[in-house]
Design a protein around this ligand. Sequence first.
Ligand SMILES: Nc1ncnc2c1ncn2[C@@H]1O[C@H](COP(=O)(O)OP(=O)(O)OP(=O)(O)O)[C@@H](O)[C@H]1O
Ligand SMILES: C[C@@](O)(CCO)CC(=O)[O-]
Ligand SMILES: [Mg+2]
Length: 305
Amino acid sequence: MITCSAPGKVYLFGEHAVVYGENAICCAVELRTKVSVEKSDEIIIESILGRTRLDHDTHPYVSYVIEKMRQFVDIPGVRIVIESELPVGSGLGSSAAVTVASIQALNHLYECGLSLEDIAKTGHEIEKMVQGNASPTDTYVSTMGGVVMIPQRKKLELINCPIVVGNTHKFSSTKQLVGNVSKLRSDFPSVVEPILSNIGQISILAEKLVAEGDYETIGKLMNINQGLLDAIGVGCAELSSLVYAARDNGAISAKITGAGGGGCMVALTREDNAEAIAKAIENAGGEAIITKNTAEGVRLESLHG
Ligand SMILES: Nc1ncnc2c1ncn2[C@@H]1O[C@H](COP(=O)(O)OP(=O)(O)OP(=O)(O)O)[C@@H](O)[C@H]1O
Ligand SMILES: C[C@@](O)(CCO)CC(=O)[O-]
Ligand SMILES: [Mg+2]
């Protein structure tokens, strides 16, 4: 059995706007999805979502991965087992992590010779197939790790303060939220396009601040970004409640991460108040996870059997 893992991510800036070509800055985090693969007589996919064969309803990303990899190699049967530290459908890039880790695991099993660039590109094609419209951000960051400016795919300095995630446990689907923003943009282009462009401008301003490690100013810009995400309708009461709980208890910043509508928010904190902010998020009804930025993207965990 071969096991590969890939990290999830949080957006410091730019979700949704990045789908329309605006700049975004996204950061891989130390929460991983592990995918184990072995040759078998039939196709079996096992995860927290169930045990299926090729199945585009229950396992759309992994089913498309198998179909895509069949363009490079004959795959008569394979058993794929998924274990994840990332909450499913929650803004932490669970779809990208499962896609990227599955591609790399099959790449090793069948010795396809795909490069990291090939993996990120194939992952993006799969996110587009499932989501309808998708930026390359989540799959690129999950493949390469680190902090990345999109669309340039430029690596920035690592973020070295604690990152506290608050999960509302309210279900959200990226496909649906991306569709809602697309409708709002076509209904009110003169209002929504400038908002998306302003979100992009924030990332452009922030690039230098990330290099300097100026988290106080990064935080102010993240909070502005949060207001603009609310304006395009991807907030909700549960997310706002966690965002204000974090800010009121001394977080440097707090905003939605990922598609929104539910799922997770992200706060940057100081070393000495990460625990207090996690507690405040829990008191406000969320589940808190303290994590940090990771430089490591997709990786081989083990080769055995
Ligand atoms: N552990 C897992 N096992 C199998 N499939 C998973 C797993 N985690 C995520 N997925 C797939 O990804 C889908 C969720 O993807 P979605 O893009 O809606 O959310 P996300 O990636 O967590 O959030 P975001 O895109 O906002 O970062 C699930 O419905 C499932 O198809
Ligand atoms: C909402 C979105 O911008 C981020 C989802 O993590 C969609 C995408 O970039 O594909
Ligand atoms: Mg996703």
